[in-house]
Design a protein around this ligand. Structure first.
Ligand code: ATP
Length: 220
């Protein structure tokens, strides 16, 4: 699957998350990433029951609605609900396998993660097989460095890392790219905490999502 493609194709990227709620720390880095590497589409994949995380505060429907509101009218983004419709916890690798089957072997596919997720990637189910289906694009995140604590992860990163954007288009999968995206010190945990404490959420997430949070009485 990682054979060279004759003419470089635009990359379809997937971005999974709990999105409890979705915020500018998700949206702005991936928009910048789209410019940096030439992504033609970013598909947001809200997680159903994330295997390594506590349960979200907002329910599935609410998280999905917030994701849809956040990207409404923006042609760069699409929303894929498949993980939300699964009854059992789903792993990223299963979704990637499925999407790769649907899209065929030629198209460059990428999965976007934040720097914090890279540091704990070795806890993900079949983490080393992720690159059999896609590239990994890593967005910078404040407070997290490039230094990996685990030698196994460090070696894997060195083996697969590229700094050449063209490689990401010439190959369908198999590479890791650490992007130079803007640093936004925003987390969903902090947003929920602020809301619990009655502190303003201005500038942390799109107004439409903020209005929805108010209207639904979320994170009180
Ligand atoms: P929480 O605070 O509840 O853990 P979160 O803000 O980290 O949530 P998630 O939905 O868990 O958001 O994150 C989805 C993906 O987005 C992850 O790969 C994460 O690394 C990335 N991400 C989240 N916030 C940022 C940010 N501020 N900068 C860069 N990447 C981010």
């Amino acid at each position: 699957m990682s054979d060279k493609i004759e003419s470089g194709e635009a990359i379809h990227a997937l971005f999974g998350g709990t999105f409890d709620p979705i915020h500018y720390g998700h949206l702005k880095p991936v928009e910048a990433l789209a410019q940096e590497v030439g992504l033609n589409r970013i598909t947001l994949l809200p997680n159903h029951v994330p295997p390594h995380r506590p349960q979200p505060e907002a329910n599935t429907q609410q998280r999905l609605e917030m994701v849809k509101l956040a990207v409404a009218g923006n042609p760069l983004f699409a929303v894929d609900e498949r993980e939300l419709h699964r009854l059992a916890p789903s792993y990223t690798i299963d979704t990637l396998e499925e999407i790769r089957r649907e899209q065929g072997e030629e198209i460059p596919l990428a999965f976007i993660i934040g720097q914090d997720s890279l540091l704990t990637l070795h806890y993900w189910h079949r983490w080393q097989a992720l690159l059999d289906y896609c590239h990994l694009l890593v967005c910078a995140r404040p407070g997290y460095t490039d230094k990996l604590d685990t030698p196994e992860l460090e070696r894997w990163l060195e083996q697969h890392r590229t700094t050449n954007i063209d490689d990401l288009k010439q190959q369908a999968n198999g590479l890791i790219y650490l992007a130079h995206t803007p640093l936004l010190d925003i987390s969903a945990t902090d947003i929920r905490q602020r809301k619990h404490n009655g502190v303003s959420l201005d500038d942390l997430l799109p107004p439409s999502v903020q209005q929805y949070i108010e209207q639904q009485g979320l994170y009180r």
